[in-house]
Ligand binder design. Structure first.
Ligand code: ZN
Length: 150
């Protein structure tokens, strides 16, 4: 059973890695930042369009990286639209706990989509790949131009 799940998760990651969603520039973005993971060579730009009410209207990314970093960016940009900045930050907090193998709040239903990334918890280098786009997302919201994993 666990092996089936692991295989399924790998399928999801490979699918997002090969066919990333929202892999584009948002020309009318309100926030943007670059994420740099020198350990692996991942380099992504994340674009956010946040309206005056503080709701994320659009999220996208472009750049180069390994399958994990691209898949994580793809899944993240699918989840962000409709969330407030605070919700997006909370989601990253939960995601970070998930990929570092700590207890998470089970009531956070959105985490279902992120559980596929939980396999990286045994690989510290891969945790940086999985969280890169998320670091770039929060850097963008904080008005910083770059986020680095080092
Ligand atoms: Zn990577």
């Amino acid at each position: 059973m666990m092996d089936d799940l692991r295989e399924l998760y790998q399928e999801v990651i490979l699918d997002h890695g090969r066919h990333p969603r929202n892999c584009r520039r948002v020309d009318d973005h309100s926030h943007a930042a670059e994420g740099d993971n020198p350990m692996c060579g991942d380099r992504l730009s994340v674009y956010l369009k946040i309206d005056e009410a503080g709701t994320i209207q659009d999220a996208a990314f472009e750049g180069r990286g390994c399958a994990i970093s691209i898949a994580s960016a793809s899944i993240m940009t699918e989840m962000l639209p409709g969330l407030s900045e605070a919700d997006a930050r909370r989601l990253f907090d939960s995601f970070h706990l998930l990929v570092t193998g700590q207890d998470i709040n089970e009531s956070d239903a959105d985490l279902d989509k992120l559980v596929v990334m939980s396999g990286v918890r045994n690989y510290p280098v891969r945790i940086k790949c999985a969280t890169l786009a998320w670091h770039a997302m929060t850097a963008a919201m904080d008005g910083q131009a770059t986020a680095t994993t080092e």
